[in-house]
Design a protein around this ligand. Structure first.
Ligand code: HMG
Ligand code: MG
Length: 285
C-alpha cells in the first residue's frame, strides 16, 4: 500500500489573511465548508491576532461559528498570545498554533517582540492548552531567509525548534515565509533541525514565491517529513513579509505526491472546485 503524506490546508487562514479586499464572512465559510469535503484532517481556518494588525482575520470567530463541521476534521487557529488563545477557545477552535521566527527582524515585524520574548509569551498558552487538552502546533518563520535579516543560520532554526519541542508543541511547521528556499538551503536547515526534533514531529510550510516549493517538498520527503502545509489555488502571503506570495498550491502538492507514489487521502475533484473558488475570491477585488 502507498505511504500517506498529509497536506494541512492553509487556504482560509494563510491564504486569505493578506488579501486586500475584505472578504465577506459567508465567502470564507463557503470555502471552509467545501474544503471540509475534500478529505483533509486539519484545516487552518482562523487567526486570533490583533484586528488592527490583520483586519482580514477580524471575523475569525464568526467563521468558526458559521461552518458546518465535518467529523474527524480539526479546525485550527493561530493564537499569538493569551488574548488570542482565550478568543480561540470561546470560538471553538479544535487546536491552536503559536508562531515564532528564526530571525529577529521578522519576529519584531510580525509579532512585535524578540524571539526570546515570544517564547516566554508562548509558555502560558501551552500551559492553558494542556489544561484544556487542546493541541498546540508551533510555526517557525524564515527558516532559510528573512526579508529583514537576510539568510538564516540553520543552527538558529534548530535552536528555536528545540525550544518549541521542549515546550510541548505536538508538531513544528518550518516556514519558508518568503519562498526563497532552495533544495540546498532547505536541506541544510533540515539537517540541523533533525538533530533536535524527529521528522515525525515536523512539517514543511513552503511559500512558492521562487517557484521551488515542490522541489523543496521533495527534499523534505527524502529527509523523512510526511506533513506539508499548502493552500488551495496557491492563495496567500504574509502581511509582514514584503514580497511573500502564495503558499504552494494544495492541488500541485497533491499531484506531485501522487506522481511520487504517495497517497494523500484527498478528493482531487473537490480540490479543483476549492481552488477555483479561491481564485474567484482573489479576483473579485
Ligand atoms: P502588540 O501591539 O504588541 O500587542 O501586538 P499588545 O499586547 O501591546 O496589545 C496592543 C493592543 O492589541 C491591545 O488593544 C490589545 O488588547 C490588542 P488596545 O488596548 O490598544 O485596544 N490585542 C489583541 N486583540 C485581539 N486579539 C489578540 C490581541 N493581542 C493584543 N490576540 C500581536 C502583538 C502579536 C497581537 C500583534 O503583533 C499581532 O496581532 N500580530 C499578528 C501578525 C500576524 O497575524 N501575522 C500573520 C500570521 S504569521 C504567518 O503568516 C507566518 C506563517 O504562515 C508561517 C510562515 O509562512 O512563515 C504562520
Ligand atoms: Mg505562511
Amino acid at each position: 500500500m502507498a505511504e500517506t503524506v498529509e497536506i494541512f490546508e492553509m487556504g482560509p487562514r494563510d491564504g486569505l489573511q493578506n488579501e486586500a479586499r475584505l472578504i465577506p464572512t459567508e465567502e470564507k465559510i463557503a470555502l471552509v465548508d467545501l474544503l471540509g469535503r475534500a478529505g483533509f484532517r486539519r484545516i487552518e481556518v482562523a487567526s486570533f491576532v490583533s484586528p488592527k494588525w490583520v483586519p482580514q482575520m477580524a471575523d475569525s470567530a464568526e467563521v468558526l461559528a458559521g461552518i458546518r463541521r465535518v467529523t474527524g476534521v480539526s479546525y485550527a487557529a493561530l493564537t499569538p498570545n493569551m488574548i488570542g488563545f482565550e478568543r480561540a477557545m470561546e470560538a471553538g477552535a479544535d487546536e491552536v498554533a503559536i508562531f515564532g521566527a528564526a530571525s529577529e527582524g521578522f519576529s519584531q515585524a510580525n509579532i512585535n517582540c524578540s524571539i526570546d520574548d515570544s517564547l516566554k509569551r508562548f509558555e502560558p498558552i501551552i500551559a492553558a492548552a494542556n489544561v484544556r487538552k487542546v493541541k498546540v502546533r508551533g510555526y517557525i518563520s524564515c527558516v532559510t531567509d528573512c526579508p529583514y535579516d537576510g539568510p538564516t543560520d540553520p543552527a538558529r532554526v534548530a535552536w528555536v525548534a528545540a525550544r518549541l519541542h521542549d515546550m510541548g508543541c505536538y508538531e513544528i511547521s518550518l516556514g519558508d515565509t518568503i519562498g526563497k528556499g532552495t533544495p540546498e538551503t532547505i536541506g541544510a536547515m533540515l539537517d540541523a533541525v533533525l538533530g533536535e526534533v524527529p521528522a515525525a514531529m515536523l512539517a514543511g510550510h513552503y511559500h512558492d514565491t521562487g517557484g521551488r516549493a515542490l522541489e523543496n517538498i521533495e527534499v523534505s520527503l527524502s529527509a523523512g517529513l510526511r506533513v506539508f502545509d499548502a493552500a488551495v489555488g496557491g492563495l496567500g502571503g504574509c502581511p509582514y513579509a514584503p514580497g511573500a506570495k502564495g503558499n504552494v498550491a494544495t492541488e500541485a502538492v497533491h499531484d506531485r505526491l501522487v506522481a511520487l507514489g504517495y497517497e494523500t487521502g484527498l478528493d482531487r475533484e473537490v480540490l479543483e472546485q476549492a481552488a477555483a473558488m479561491a481564485r474567484r475570491m482573489r479576483e473579485e477585488r
